[in-house]
Design a protein around this ligand. Structure first.
Ligand code: FAD
Length: 471
């Protein structure tokens, strides 16, 4: 994706319904993690100001570390946004380079006095936006932050003493009490601007067999509507069953802002039911982790509870490779890891099981696993992923207690009772008598590995290591 940055210049004339107001101020709508037109307050504010330049900056600092699933998904999502804009007789102006340079050049090219964004609360996004704001400021242009990718912006939920919550349940109550705005419609009418020198949205080739979900605002809306129609009522019962595969799959749509959680929460409001309540709680977890990361940006890489840094860990070696490649000899773990590699997504129960196996059976630090996940997940999100890992590793805020160690075989039997999920992702086990715990003969016959470790012994080893830091 590298290549020379393109210096934007203005394209002559406006498309769409040209604003007739003489004091209309051109504005830039800089899309980032909000690749949609509907329910986008920053876009609404930008279009109230005057003609709008819809801009996306391919930032090498974000593109570089992204795995193929995320790159593919992002480019498809951009194509979809571009198509929506083209139906409005304009297009998405895409440029490449450092945002602090490209956004300023783009704004200057269309004589914009303001650049509108949805606020980014991640560690990189905050720093980037400060740099961009400074550069815009020097050029006499204002960066205007309107809304965020969350129903309640990170940093907003505080307790009676003005402090943030470290525990999820009180956070989620206070979060719900704050509440959120009603979704807003896509701007109608208005006028648009385009740059005349832009780059093509890159084409990303997917490895054979990778089947990411359809990207874009319309696909997100359709998926959400289908889930509400068919699956939300039973969500509470079904969400832990990877074999049934009835979760919403909204994570990637949410990651790229093709739908806003506010829209989802508005659809869930009003009618009760356990499925809807549980679903709302899961959205609250997403917001909780974003809040935690905002307060403790270091927790993206370091232990939230620093004492865990003192525990002894194994260096990632051959065992780590076997885990990554789905060759541990624990069928449920291998099924999860193979689903991740083959589809760029993994069921939540499997994220927990596979993460627990890496940290507590192989004693590898969570950061190695988190990096591997982020490299493959299309929904890879720093806050949810790294705090999901810290939850499993016991080192996060309100985490699962370290001594609660998943037995992978029992987990498989409980959540995939007939072994359908295992059979789907580990096809060599399709006809063995017990796909959860194949006999040594069956393993040899179908060429499936013997268990990499003795779970019982490693469980004890994990507890011993934990006891050392608790002393
Ligand atoms: P559903 O069950 O339909 O849930 C609905 C939505 O609620 C999800 O789309 C998501 O936005 C949110 N949600 C659900 N569970 C969680 C959770 N535990 N934490 C935060 N938000 C949640 N989620 C990501 O979006 N990106 C990640 O990179 C990510 N990495 C994870 C890593 C680990 C080790 C663990 C344990 C969890 C991780 N999760 C991550 C959370 C969760 O696994 C996914 O959000 C979920 O599997 C996505 O599938 P879905 O949309 O069908 O989920």
């Amino acid at each position: 994706a590298a290549g020379a940055p393109v210096v934007p210049t203005a394209r002559s004339g406006y498309e769409g319904d040209v604003s007739t107001s003489s004091d209309a101020d051109p504005a830039v709508m800089w899309f980032r993690r909000d690749l949609r037109l509907a329910d986008n307050p920053a876009l609404v504010s930008a279009s109230e100001a005057g003609p709008v330049l819809p801009l996306f900056v391919l930032d090498p600092a974000l593109w570089g570390p992204s795995g193929v699933s995320r790159r593919w998904y992002l480019t498809e999502s951009l194509r979809s946004l571009d198509a929506s804009l083209r139906r409005r007789r304009t297009s998405l102006s895409v440029v490449r380079g450092k945002p602090e340079r490209q956004v300023v050049l783009a704004a200057q090219a269309v004589d914009a006095t303001r650049v509108f964004v949805a606020e980014d609360f991640g560690p990189y996004g905050r720093e980037r936006d400060e740099r961009v704001e400074e550069a815009l400021d020097a050029a006499g242009i204002e960066l205007v932050r309107v809304g965020s990718p969350y129903a309640v912006a990170p940093g907003t939920v505080v307790n009676g003493s003005g402090k943030n919550y470290q525990v999820f349940t009180p956070f989620s109550r206070a979060w719900a009490d704050i509440g959120w705005e009603e979704p807003c419609a896509a701007p109608t009418g208005g006028s648009w601007l385009e740059l005349d020198s832009t780059v093509e949205i890159p084409t990303v080739d997917l490895p054979d067999g990778l089947e990411p979900p359809a990207a874009g605002e319309a696909a997100a809306a359709q998926r959400w509507a289908d889930f509400v129609d068919a699956d939300v009522t039973d969500y509470d019962d079904e969400r832990d069953r990877p074999d049934h595969d009835r979760t919403s799959r909204m994570s990637t749509h949410l990651k790229y802002g093709e739908i806003h959680p506010r829209t989802i929460l508005a659809d869930l409001a009003g009618s009760g039911g356990k499925g809807r309540t549980t679903y709302r709680t899961e959205i609250a977890w997403r917001e909780f982790y974003a809040d935690v990361l905002f307060r403790r940006p270091d927790s993206a890489r370091d232990y939230y509870k620093p004492e865990f840094a003192r525990m002894s860990y194994a260096s990632p070696g051959d065992d780590f490779d076997a885990w990554r490649e789905g060759r541990t000899g624990f069928p449920i773990v291998d099924a999860g890891m193979r689903q991740l590699a083959a589809s760029g997504w993994m069921h939540n129960r499997l994220r927990m099981i596979t993460a627990s196996f890496l940290v507590k059976d192989l004693h590898v630090e969570w950061q190695h696993g988190a990096r591997h996940f982020l490299g493959l997940l299309a929904d890879g999100d720093l806050a949810s992923n790294n705090h999901g890992w810290q939850w499993v590793a016991g080192s996060g805020t309100d985490a699962s207690p370290y001594f609660r160690i998943f037995n992978p075989t029992t987990q498989g039997k409980k959540f995939d009772p007939r072994g359908d999920y295992i059979r789907r992702w580990v096809p060599e086990l399709a006809d063995v008598a017990d796909p959860h715990d194949p006999s040594p003969d069956d393993r040899d016959r179908v060429d499936y590995p013997h268990p990499l470790v003795d779970h019982k012994a490693e469980r004890q080893e994990a507890l011993d290591r934990y006891a050392e830091i608790k002393q």
